[in-house]
Design a protein around this ligand. Structure first.
Ligand SMILES: *Cc1c(COP(=O)(O)O)cnc(C)c1O
Length: 382
């Protein structure tokens, strides 16, 4: 019997087990403790920022980051249409309204020229733009060399959604460090996991202090539970921080495995006309997920055909994110589009990319793809 191969399963083992047991035995079974502080410090170091605040999810981190840069009810916030829904939902939590912008057709990251145009249009109508939230898609950083001056010239704060990009970089600078604040996710399917968790990373000490305050019900330093504003229960638990510390020890090794896997896919698809890997071309991606973009007119098959063939072999694939402007929950939202995100959704396919995949499983995936390609009309003879 063959076992299913998943897209991006958690990669945990004896090291994680030992860290969690040690935390449990230490008695710090609470959203406070030495592992939590050490985890924040280690992540800040990795992201190259002055500090960090650990919270219960990447979504919670986004919510607090948006509040931290001053987003208010009635603002608009610019979000890429090609992202996971959390990016847009966090905007709504603040009472602001997301406006969606299309992506670059190769990387899936925000189209910076189009972003500049959208800023001009919104401004000319007198909208207050509370923030721009670039997303480092599948672990490849946005072109911040182009994006940051556009936002700085317009005086708009940047919140970097680096949920997928821990360990990636742009021109040597770490993902998470580009905006006024960045956020990371440690959800079960991400590059490293705390089973569920997130982090704000920033050089802005006041912003981080405020996020920490809001994440613990905005409790004032008084014995009698004093509260002056509405807070949230968003703090990460010490036990999960211990898991995170162990994962961080193994992060480079896990990234290396995902990179190798991506290179093998790249080699496999190189001779196939009309198939391109999404993003990652800068060599600085953490290769969280490897996806392909298919041009059926050139290769004679659809991304969904390959997906169906792999599903027959119990191998999981997924379409690229369904764009936000096509989601029922965001029906009617304002957007500026080129069609690039819709094309990636229609003809993109995300392949198994997890660092826990063993050699026999990787071989099984590559063989199944090979089999599929060999049966296509016009396939090169191998
Ligand atoms: C995973 C993800 C999030 C949300 O993180 P959670 O920890 O699942 O809340 C936000 N943005 C993007 C782009 C993501 O991929």
């Amino acid at each position: 019997m063959t076992r299913s191969i998943h897209l991006s399963a958690p990669d945990v083992g004896p090291l994680e087990e030992s860290y969690v047991i040690a935390a449990l035995r230490s008695g710090w079974v609470a959203p406070a403790g030495p592992d939590l502080e050490a985890f924040e410090q280690a992540i800040a170091e990795r992201a190259g920022t002055g500090g960090a605040v650990a919270v219960s999810s990447g979504t919670a981190a986004l919510h607090l980051a948006l509040l931290g840069v001053g987003v208010e009810a009635g603002d608009v916030v610019i979000v890429p249409t090609l992202t996971f829904v959390a990016t847009a939902n966090a905007v709504r939590y603040t009472g602001a309204r997301p406006v969606f912008v299309d992506c670059d057709p190769q990387t899936g990251n925000v189209d910076v020229g189009l972003l500049a145009e959208l800023i001009r249009r919104l401004r000319s109508r007198g909208e207050r733009i509370g923030a721009v939230v670039p997303v480092d898609m599948f672990g490849s950083c946005v072109d911040y060399t182009a994006l940051l001056p556009v936002c700085a010239d317009a005086g708009i704060p940047v919140v970097e959604d680096a949920a997928e990009a821990l360990g990636a970089s742009h021109r040597g600078r770490a993902a998470g460090s580009f905006g006024q604040v960045g956020i990371l996710s440690f959800n079960g399917n991400k590059i490293m996991t705390t089973s569920g968790g997130g982090m704000l990373v920033s050089d802005d000490a006041a912003l981080l202090a405020r996020a920490r305050h809001l994440s613990t019900q905005a409790r004032e330093p008084a014995r009698h539970y004093e509260h002056r504003e509405t807070g949230y229960n968003y703090r990460l638990s010490n036990l999960l921080a211990a898991l995170g510390r162990a994962q961080l020890v193994r992060l480079d090794e896990m990234i290396a495995r995902r990179r190798q896997l991506r290179e093998r896919y790249a080699k496999l698809f190189a001779p196939v006309p009309g198939v391109q890997l999404i993003g990652g071309e800068d060599g600085e991606s953490n290769c969280w997920l490897t996806g392909i973009a298919v041009e059926p007119a050139r290769c004679g098959w659809h991304a969904a055909d390959l997906g169906a063939h792999l599903a027959d072999g119990d191998i999981e694939t997924r379409p690229v994110w369904k764009p936000m402007h096509l989601q029922p929950v965001y029906a009617g939202a304002e957007c500026l589009l080129t069609g690039a995100a819709e094309r990636l959704f229609a003809e993109g396919l995300v392949l198994p990319s997890g660092s826990a995949l063993g050699e026999p499983q990787v071989t099984r995936v590559l063989r199944a793809i090979d089999e599929f390609l060999a049966t296509r009309p016009g396939a090169p003879t191998r």
